[in-house]
Design a binder for this molecule. Structure first.
Ligand code: OGA
Ligand code: MN
Length: 244
């Protein structure tokens, strides 16, 4: 289908600034979730990221900016409403049992452009948060079976800008990001716990200098605790590449 090889062009640092502006503009739903007392964005990042290997300190800081996870981005009710609209499309498709060398195994996928009013509000929240309101109208939906896996890959730089935002539905999962190291440098990587109903926003360094993967169920542990990954649906938003 080729929809996985996409990308785009806003910097996440700018999007963060936009978030603050959104607070002033009264987008309380998004901001309420970000600014809950005692549960600030930075605290969430530290609790959901597990660094391993020989990280240069400066790169760790840049990585934390470029790989954000927002817990409870949607409520359980919003998750159900999204699933009600997504499932009829997905259930018509078989799971792909592709060759072992392909990046994703045990999945089915679709793209959706039209949404009911409630679900559109959720997608607009994502668009404002990550893309200054300029997300592409087509949303990529990736349904990973319990036995499925997304193997390590770097997304293609064609077709979309440098930020991607993914909402995780139905299951917790672990995303592993491994630095693409030139020469014979020591390896380093990070495991990211993606709770069900969280949103991740990945850009720049994290997106192009690290591979990303969703660990298989049997390998899905975070800080040594098995997380029992099940079937997972991701709703992935992108934006157009920046004009050059
Ligand atoms: C992809 C991908 C991650 C996700 O489709 O290229 O990496 O969260 N997806 O589903
Ligand atoms: Mn990818």
């Amino acid at each position: 289908m080729g929809v996985r090889k996409l990308r785009y062009g806003k910097s996440w640092q700018r999007s963060l600034a936009f978030l603050v502006i959104q607070v002033a503009n009264g987008e309380m739903l998004v901001l309420g979730r970000l600014a809950r007392p005692g549960n600030t964005l930075s605290r969430q990042i530290h609790s959901l990221l597990d660094f391993a290997g020989a990280w240069p300190a400066s790169e760790r800081c840049a990585f934390e900016k470029d790989m954000q996870v927002l817990q409870d981005f949607v409520t359980a009710e919003e998750e159900q409403a999204l699933l009600r609209e997504i499932e009829p499309h997905l259930s018509r498709l078989p799971y792909e049992t592709s060759h072992w060398d392909e990046a994703i195994q045990g999945y089915r996928e679709t793209e959706q452009r039209n949404w009911n009013a409630d679900n559109r509000l959720v997608l607009e929240r994502i668009s404002h948060l990550a893309f200054d309101g300029r997300a592409m109208p087509f949303v990529h939906i990736l349904d990973l079976a319990e036995s499925g896996v997304i193997k390590p890959h770097v997304d293609s730089t064609r077709f979309c800008g440098n930020t991607i935002a993914g909402l995780s539905l139905l299951s917790d999962s672990v995303m592993r990001l491994v630095r693409v190291v030139e020469d014979r440098g020591d390896p380093y990587w990070a495991d990211l716990f993606l709770p069900r109903r969280s949103l991740y926003v990945m850009s720049s360094l994290a997106r192009y200098h690290f591979t990303h993967e969703i660990l298989a169920r049997e390998l899905s542990t975070f800080r040594l605790t098995p997380i029992g990954r099940k079937r997972r649906i991701s709703v992935i938003c992108r934006c157009e590449p920046e004009e050059s």
